[in-house]
Design a protein. Structure first.
Length: 130
C-alpha cells in the first residue's frame, strides 16, 4: 500500500474455498467495499494448505503492483495484513488489520518482524517483484 490504510491496494488473499481447500486469490481493494477479484496473472509456485486450523500459502508474483495513488515505478510499499472470516472462499469484513511500520522494498527479500501482532495471527512472507 502507498499508506498504512486499506483502500486502493493490490491484495493477495489466502482463504478456504467452498470445498474447504486453501487457495490464493488476487484482488484490488477500494477500501470499505468488497474487493474486486482479479485473475492471478503472473503468479507461480502456488502452494496452499490448512493444518490445525492455520491457513498457509506461498507463491511468487511478477505482477505489477497497482495502487491508484502510485506514481512512477516505486518499489517501496507498506505491507498490510488482515485477519477475518470467509464464506465459501469469499472474504468478509476483516476483524483486525496490521501494517508494517515503514515502507518495505518489495524487490529485495527481507524479513518483516511480527512485533505488535497478536499471537493468534502468524504471517511470514517474502515479496519479490520483477
Amino acid at each position: 500500500s502507498d499508506d498504512q490504510m486499506m483502500g486502493n491496494d493490490d491484495i493477495y488473499i489466502c482463504t478456504l474455498d467452498n470445498s474447504g481447500m486453501a487457495t490464493v486469490q488476487h484482488a484490488y481493494s477500494t477500501g470499505h467495499t468488497m474487493p474486486k477479484s482479479l485473475p492471478l496473472g503472473n503468479v507461480t509456485g502456488v502452494t496452499a494448505s490448512i493444518q490445525n486450523g492455520v491457513i498457509g500459502c506461498s507463491f511468487t508474483s511478477t505482477n505489477a503492483i497497482s495502487t491508484q495513488r502510485a506514481s512512477g515505478l516505486s518499489s517501496t510499499y507498506y505491507i498490510l495484513f488482515v485477519d477475518g472470516p470467509s464464506t465459501n472462499g469469499q472474504i468478509q469484513m476483516h476483524k483486525d488489520s496490521f501494517s508494517s511500520a515503514t515502507k518495505m522494498d518489495v524487490t529485495t527479500p527481507q524479513i518483516l518482524g511480527s512485533a505488535g501482532l497478536p499471537e493468534i495471527m502468524q504471517a511470514h512472507g517474502t515479496l519479490m517483484l520483477i
